[in-house]
Design a protein around this ligand. Structure first.
Ligand code: PLP
Length: 416
């Protein structure tokens, strides 16, 4: 589904022209469609319509409070990976009983904060972490529900930097150790260890890796649940691939939902999913201005006012984002072209292409499909401010995060 498209010459989202936003807001800025989040959530919800499951949005993909508010109203829970994400989710009125806390390196303070807030489940990634949570829960005189994150040793057939399911990755606990944990679960007097969790990676387009991990997990479930229903919660992660390249590579979500239903005893198990990108990727665009154009021999550089500090994915994962002009341009130029940012790094490249629109200095460009892992991964590198975020809702647009001022950036520094 396209949430940014041209009407006549103008790029629009919902009923708002991006050009009109840029008349009021200095570039670069992110803008999102509120209704895109709602639609994406409901596509997922409908795919699982006859199954009661917890859809826990991976807030790391985009954790703006207004966006969490939208998803909360649609009925989403969240998957968080830090006390910061947890605090924001609670501020957005996500019910604690709809929150799972993942991550390989939770601190004492983060665990204490999570337990005190009575969250649904902490997904644990090592035996040492399990002992630490037990001690903290004991001190608080509380019992915490726990999921054990498996490392299934199955790679998600994706970019090596976003694969998480192999033994060579830092995530999860190997299968044989997981069985041990369940056998000895009584040792952990302040933990209710009833869950299994996994997440094998991101941008997975095929159903096969999921089939493989479901099969392996089922064998483990059968062993552990042989005499009594010990495992009651199954958190099957996220990772559903989206079609950045526009290659007709839509994730087969209905087939996936059928696979979940046919693989597991859903009457006995509460199923949790943790989609991030699937809900947020195409909801947003990064709007930037062309500052300068230059040629080095037969190579053209289009230099924009937005770079890898605003959108890190191309530099980090070689990922592709389609870039289009905000006001339609008919002519293109066939010449090797790099669209680059202002950051002092050669990897600060937003796109390499053999042909691009014949843009002029001062033109506006939209870096599409930047709703996921865009703003949430941005940084102050080169002492550049975090940029403004705008939410479009039908024919209105509002600021949902202000651009940082220089004073905001410098306020924590202590000059000796
Ligand atoms: C534990 C966990 N769950 C869910 C996600 C969301 O992944 P995606 O955005 O690919 O759906 C991630 C992503 O890194 C993750 O680490």
């Amino acid at each position: 589904m396209k949430y940014f498209d041209y009407i006549d010459e103008d790029l629009r989202s919902e009923e708002v022209s991006i050009k009109d936003i840029a008349k009021n807001i200095p570039t670069p800025f992110y803008c999102y469609s509120a209704n895109a989040f709602k639609n994406n959530f409901n596509v997922l919800k409908n795919a699982f319509k006859d199954l009661e499951l917890k859809i826990c949005y991976a807030t790391k993909s985009n954790s703006n409070l207004s966006i969490l508010n939208i998803l909360q109203k649609e009925g989403a829970g969240v998957d968080v990976v830090s006390a910061g994400e947890l605090r924001k989710s609670l501020m957005a009125n996500i019910s604690p009983q709809d929150i799972v806390f993942s991550g390989v390196g939770k601190t004492y303070e983060e665990i204490e904060y999570a337990i005190s807030n009575n969250i649904f489940q902490i997904n644990v990634e090592s035996v040492s972490e399990l002992s630490a949570i037990n001690k903290i829960a004991h001190k608080l005189n509380l019992v915490q529900q726990i999921g054990i994150r498996l490392n299934p040793d199955i790679a998600g057939k994706t970019h090596k930097n976003i694969s998480t399911g192999s033994l060579s990755d830092k995530f999860g606990i190997p299968f044989d150790e997981v069985e041990e944990i369940f056998l000895n679960r009584e040792i952990f007097s302040n933990l209710n260890i009833v869950g299994i969790a996994f997440h094998i990676g991101s941008q997975i387009h095929d159903i096969e890796p999921f089939q493989a991990v479901f099969k392996k997990t089922n064998e483990l479930l059968k062993k552990i649940n042989k005499n009594e229903q010990v495992i009651k919660v199954l958190d099957i992660g996220g990772g559903y691939g989206v079609d950045y390249e526009n290659n007709n590579e839509e994730f087969p979500i209905l087939e996936y939902a059928d696979l979940v239903k046919s693989s597991f005893d859903t009457n006995e198990l509460t199923i949790v999913i943790e989609p991030g990108r699937y809900l947020s990727w195409n909801t947003g665009a990064l709007i930037t201005k062309v500052l300068y154009i230059k040629k080095h021999g037969n190579k053209k550089f289009i230099i924009t006012d937005s770079g890898m500090n605003d959108l890190m994915r191309p530099a980090l994962y070689d990922s592709y984002h389609k870039i289009v002009p905000v006001s339609k341009i008919k002519n293109t130029e066939k010449i090797p072209t790099d669209i680059v940012g202002p950051i002092c790094e050669s990897t600060d490249k937003l796109l390499s292409t053999s042909e691009f629109y014949d843009v002029k200095e001062g033109d506006l460009l939209a870096i599409l499909n930047s709703g996921a892992y865009g703003s949430s991964m941005s940084s102050n590198y080169n002492v550049r401010p975090l940029i403004e975020e705008i939410l479009i809702d039908k024919d209105t647009f509002s600021t949902i995060r202000k651009r940082q001022s220089f004073e905001d950036i410098i306020v924590q520094e202590i000059e000796l």
